[in-house]
Design a protein around this ligand. Structure first.
Ligand code: 7PJ
Length: 310
């Protein structure tokens, strides 16, 4: 593996610097077919590319695969460590897309990106057939919002392919999830769900080090549920798996600020930084350039700047 493929801060730190680091290194390093993601001393940033007509923020912008791939390349130039490609909107109430349609949307984008970028690519799908085709075209990570529940073939696929998989919590389905989200203890229930799905994945043959967990901000959650989960991230980080958080431009930010998706950048950055300090390892965002700058400062506060004067 070449140095260019190692997405890490490459920095050695003494024990005295462990203060804000919730992890002892366990669950912080993810190996992919296109290099290693090392979140021990820097936050890993995932850029979102939705190839859909109806995603709530970037829907319709990237149906042209050349445009989608160009956007992905500029995300990498401005600091994306992973590109997450999705072909079906999972916004509340969105319609289901056929496998054929989803494939036609995502594959040309993955093919183009694979020729031009070295960073790992993740495929945002709960369909094993879509994930399989994406992996063949050079994708590296499966991002399954159903945490291996919607397609029984998915666990077999990620086991056979030995690729990292994101297990995300969701109450209900994208069609029903916002109807009446209900929990007795949202943090406890999300943690129990993720622990159960991690166990299920391991029993199916997935390596523990390939399992990334995600509380699924906005997926069957009220404003209060989302805030409780973000506040409770240290509990989820303590499960010992890499922790991914996606809050970018979501409705809960709109509810706090009374702003539409295109006006939620500052709120999204605040949520990203709060997640970073609460122990998230990977942050999934629409706005890579802006979020990367904020996270660089947050990471410098957490870990120091390599080579900085005392
Ligand atoms: C998430 C996702 C998330 C993971 C979406 C949106 C809705 N995958 N896919 N986590 N959200 N792992 O981008 O707002 O939070 S689609």
């Amino acid at each position: 593996m070449s140095d260019a493929n190692i997405h890490s801060a490459n920095r050695s730190g003494g024990d005295s610097e462990k203060g804000l680091d919730s992890m002892d290194g366990r669950g912080c390093v993810i190996k992919t077919r296109h290099g290693m993601l090392d979140a021990r001393r820097r936050t890993v940033l995932m850029g979102i590319i939705n190839v859909t007509p109806d995603s709530f923020y970037d829907g319709g912008k990237r149906l042209d695969p050349d445009r989608a791939a160009a956007d992905g390349m500029s995300m990498v130039e401005t600091g994306a460590d992973i590109l997450d490609i999705g072909g079906e909107s999972t916004r509340p109430g969105a319609g289901v897309v056929s496998t054929e349609e989803e494939l036609q949307r995502v594959l040309p984008v993955i093919q183009r990106l694979r020729r031009h970028v070295k960073v790992p690519i993740s495929i945002d799908t709960y369909k094993a057939q879509v994930a399989r085709a994406a992996l063949i075209e050079g994708a590296d990570i499966v991002n399954d919002i159903s945490a291996l529940r919607f397609d029984p073939q998915m666990a077999l696929l990620v086991t056979a392919e030995k690729v990292p998989v994101v297990l995300m919590h969701m109450q209900g389905t994208p069609q029903t999830m916002q109807a009446e989200p209900h929990y007795k203890d949202v943090l406890r229930e999300v943690q129990d769900f993720l622990a159960a799905q991690v166990r299920f994945a391991i029993e199916a043959g997935v390596d523990r080090e390939n399992i990334i967990i995600d509380p699924g901000i906005g997926f069957g959650k009220t404003l209060d549920h989302n805030l409780t989960l973000l506040r409770g991230l240290p509990t989820l980080a303590s499960m010992g798996q890499p922790l991914l958080v996606g809050a970018s431009r979501k409705t809960f930010i709109g509810k706090i600020l009374r702003l539409e998706p295109d006006e939620r950048l500052e709120g999204s950055i605040a949520a990203a930084i709060a997640a970073v300090f609460a122990g998230a390892h990977i942050i999934r965002v629409h706005d890579v350039n802006e979020t990367r700058k904020a996270i660089r400062v947050a990471d410098a506060i957490r870990f120091g700047v390599p080579g900085a004067q005392r």
